[in-house]
Design a protein around this ligand. Structure first.
Ligand code: MTE
Length: 316
């Protein structure tokens, strides 16, 4: 591709910064309206509260997957292992208020946030991200939240904080599948500090302009778009800053299949299936093409430097 240098351009073709900034905002605003119109976000669920966010330049321009698919084809093992168990059961039994998120461990200011405090901690953004599940399907979802880095700043980690351990709700009264031993409960996940502080890592409260549906991890979840979907822990109740690398529920249940990092990587197969391609939700049928899976789920430009020098075949 030929890229013209500023020196090659006559002054009449150079747009003043104030004007291009205005134009960029306008383009983003129009894109956001188009997005809302395209997904019908205004009334996805007439009973859900609206949760708008300002459009983010970190959004993908791909078309969001229909709301119905993202909310009806769901992994939330605490409610069952079939995709339609969580949408059927979670809205009936999962109680969202009162909700507390405990943030503790290696921090100077440990805190118990109630949901209202958490919602007010930083400005909401809408981030349209690709989500790639380890089961080789993917979706494009307009999430609403703010960078986890904002919460990290608020609790002031100590010098010993090298990892974060995320714990999600495990209440057998609310979650019928805790009886089963399909995973080790509570569901836990982990991130390295630099991954958790990365601007793409989103503490998420909503999707498609509304608060999260119960089955998608209400009232607060993580979204880490360059990692397999299971790193995006749902219905968070605790974030602990620790010195040692935590072990997540999937590693505990199947250590030969799941590692700590779980970066999307088409060159490292799951022991039971290939990760080279994926099926986008909604693109079913005989003629549907499978898409090639992208390294770091397409977010390599932003995150590859976090793993410079690491053998990603070994640290999968
Ligand atoms: N969080 C909890 N607490 N329990 C789960 O079973 N499943 C994970 C992740 N977070 C899961 C979870 C998996 S496997 C995926 S692919 C994503 O949630 C799916 O998120 P979505 O169903 O909202 O798309």
């Amino acid at each position: 591709m030929l890229i013209r240098q500023p020196a090659d351009l006559p002054p009449s073709e150079i747009t003043p910064e104030r004007i291009w900034r205005q134009r960029r905002h306008w383009v983003q605003a129009v894109a956001a309206v188009g997005l809302l119109a395209g997904t019908g976000a205004r009334a996805q669920n007439p009973t859900a509260a609206r949760l708008p966010g300002r459009p983010s330049p970190l959004s993908t321009m791909e078309k969001p997957t229909p709301y119905k698919l993202v909310t009806e084809y769901v992994n939330f093992y605490e409610f069952g292992t079939e995709k339609d168990d969580p949408p059927r059961l979670a809205p009936r039994t999962l109680r969202l208020r009162p909700w507390t998120l405990v943030v503790d461990g290696e921090v100077r200011k440990p805190r118990r946030f109630d949901l209202e405090d958490l919602l007010k901690l930083a400005a909401m953004e809408e981030r349209v991200y690709r989500l790639r599940c380890v089961e080789a399907w993917s979706a494009v979802v307009p999430w609403v939240g703010y960078p986890l880095a904002e919460l990290i700043k608020a609790v002031e980690p100590t010098g010993n904080a090298r990892y974060l351990e995320f714990t999600t709700l495990a209440d057998p009264q609310q979650m019928p599948n805790l009886r089963s031993s399909v995973l080790k409960w509570p569901y836990t996940e982990g991130l390295r500090m630099d991954e958790a502080q990365h601007p793409l890592t989103l503490l998420t409260f909503g999707m498609y302009g509304e608060v999260l549906p119960h089955q998608n991890g209400a009232p607060v979840r993580l979204v880490v778009p360059w990692k397999y979907g299971f790193k995006s822990a749902k219905s968070l109740v605790r974030i602990r800053f620790v010195e040692k690398q935590p072990v997540n529920s999937w590693q505990q249940s199947a250590p030969n299949e799941y590692g700590f990092f779980s970066n999307v990587n088409p060159t490292v197969d799951h022991p039971r299936w290939s990760q080279a391609t994926e099926r986008r939700l909604g693109e079913d049928g005989l003629l549907a093409r499978r898409r090639p899976t992208l390294m770091f789920n397409g977010y390599g430009e932003q995150v590859a430097s976090l793993y410079a020098g690491m053998d990603l075949r070994k640290f999968y």
